[in-house]
Design a protein around this ligand. Structure first.
Ligand code: PFF
Length: 462
């Protein structure tokens, strides 16, 4: 029988959960979605959603996870309502990791390029950030190579098991990334023209603002960034010791994640304006903006570039590991439930291989740059790449839906006594009980339903 491991300490759990939350979603996703989603309007919507949905769904997932002690698939089977809900995690895990690994691969590519710059190699070959990315995105072989490399790295760390593999990675990498980002923010804010970026981030009204579009993007981004709505935090919660406080953890993780997202916004958006780039530049915004930032630093730029992409890769890996962990733990529990052998290593390898294959179209497509893959027009605001397709199915549809259903499972089926028993198992009172009760019952499902509705409205061009 497969035995569940548990976290070495609450600190280890927190670092791993924050490690899952903080990743490319914050540093790569948040700034570009803020650029498209209406600047300040996006920011305000995002913050409200973190409070009224993020903290709440985090709490719900961790409670269900710890109480059942199972992977999402077996947890919902046992609960007996929305029995298939656990599969959301597996599906989202597959879809997200497929494109996430390609973006992680892009970071590795940039890391190598900065190393080559430093060593006097070809580096960026004098190209602008945008041109360089266009060249990379148009090369499917290179895209597939870096996708595979990132996937392989992820697999290697997951093979180490929960506490050994994941905890070690986070403790050093994340604080280091935070410090580096603060240095870059200070530097970028001193660039001429950066204040226009601050105005874009912090003043109302913003141009090109469509309420439903902003809501859809902020809602999806919030769930993606906090790793919610697909059972990731449920899986992590299942490894959490009964001694620890769930409400406390369910507040600290969103707080840390949102801080990192805000810092990433402050690092990228003012620089976008200072260099005359387009804030609506989409998924590649981070890559070509940071290239200009480092280029403006002169000879120190390559060193900063190396440090930045190295730490970003660490942050991306800790998130990718959690995605692979969800998929793997689902597979392990399904097999163990059927009485079959549930050996972590071969199962994780098979999952990683399947995800790599799913990521190949994303890598060939190069975020729509290569022109080698058909594009989609399922949302009325333009053409969508394969990355957008996977992203929209996961964070636009399945994660908000998963969040609504999880809240319903708690309020309609399990009841608040069930929750209370688990939350107070640590010997402390249920902190902010009233807030959680009202939010789980009404506020969160309603807001998340609006996020879903806004996806359909975007689909019809409203
Ligand atoms: N939260 C991660 C990020 O912001 O990069 C991405 C992610 C990890 C999403 C784990 C979902 C998940 F289950």
């Amino acid at each position: 029988m497969h035995e569940r491991e548990s976290w070495g300490s609450n600190f280890g759990f927190l670092m791993a959960a924050i490690g899952s939350a903080v990743g490319l979603g914050n540093v790569w996703g948040f700034p570009y979605k803020m650029g498209i989603g209406g600047g300040f309007a996006f920011l305000i919507t995002y913050l409200l959603l973190v409070l009224f949905c993020g903290c709440v769904v985090m709490f719900v997932e961790m409670t269900i996870g710890r109480k059942t002690g199972k992977s999402p698939i077996r947890a919902f089977l046992e609960i007996g309502t929305f029995k298939k809900l656990g599969w959301f995690g597996a599906i989202c895990g597959f879809l997200i990791l497929a494109f996430y690994s390609w973006i992680g691969g892009c970071c590795i590519k940039y890391l190598f390029t900065y190393i080559s710059e430093l060593c006097g190699g070809a580096g960026f070959g004098g190209m602008s950030g945008l041109d360089y990315f266009v060249q990379f995105g148009s090369n499917p072989a290179s895209g597939i190579f870096y996708l595979g490399l990132f996937m392989l790295l992820t697999l290697l760390v997951v093979q180490g098991g929960i506490s050994k593999g994941i905890e070690k990675f986070n403790v050093v990498g994340m604080p280091a990334l935070l410090v580096l980002m603060v240095i870059l923010i200070i530097k970028n804010l001193s660039l001429p023209g950066a204040s226009a970026g601050l105005a874009f981030m912090f003043t109302w009204p913003t141009e090109g603002f469509n309420f439903f579009n902003t809501l859809r993007m902020a809602g999806g981004q919030m769930l993606f960034s906090l790793s919610l709505g697909m059972g990731c935090m449920l899986t992590y919660g299942s490894y959490l010791s009964k001694k620890e406080s769930i409400p406390k953890n369910a507040f600290i993780i969103p707080f840390a994640d949102t801080l990192m997202a805000l810092l990433a916004g402050l690092m990228v958006i003012p620089a976008v304006f200072a260099f005359g780039l387009d804030p609506q530049g989409g998924p590649l915004l981070l890559f070509y903006t940071m290239k200009e930032v480092f280029a403006a630093m002169g000879s120190a730029g390559a060193i900063f570039g190396i440090m930045f992409f190295l730490l970003l890769i660490v942050a991306a890996l800790t998130s990718a590991m959690s995605l692979l962990e969800v998929v793997t733990s689902c597979a392990i529990d399904v097999r163990a439930g059927k009485g079959k052998s549930a050996n972590r290593r071969p199962i994780a390898c098979c999952c990683a291989l399947a995800i790599f294959i799913l990521g190949i179209p994303v890598a060939i497509d190069g975020a729509g740059i290569s022109g080698l893959m058909p594009q989609f027009t399922f949302l009325a605001d333009g053409s969508e790449s394969w990355l957008d397709l996977y992203d929209t199915i996961a964070e636009g549809l399945l994660m908000p839906l998963g969040s609504v259903l999880m809240c319903l499972v708690v309020s309609r089926k399990l009841g608040f006594d069930w929750v209370n028993e688990e939350v107070t198992a640590c010997g402390q009172k249920w902190l902010a009980e009233g807030f959680y009760r009202v939010s789980i019952k009404y506020i969160t499902p309603v807001l998340m339903s609006f996020v879903l509705v806004s996806l359909f409205l975007s689909y019809f061009g409203i």
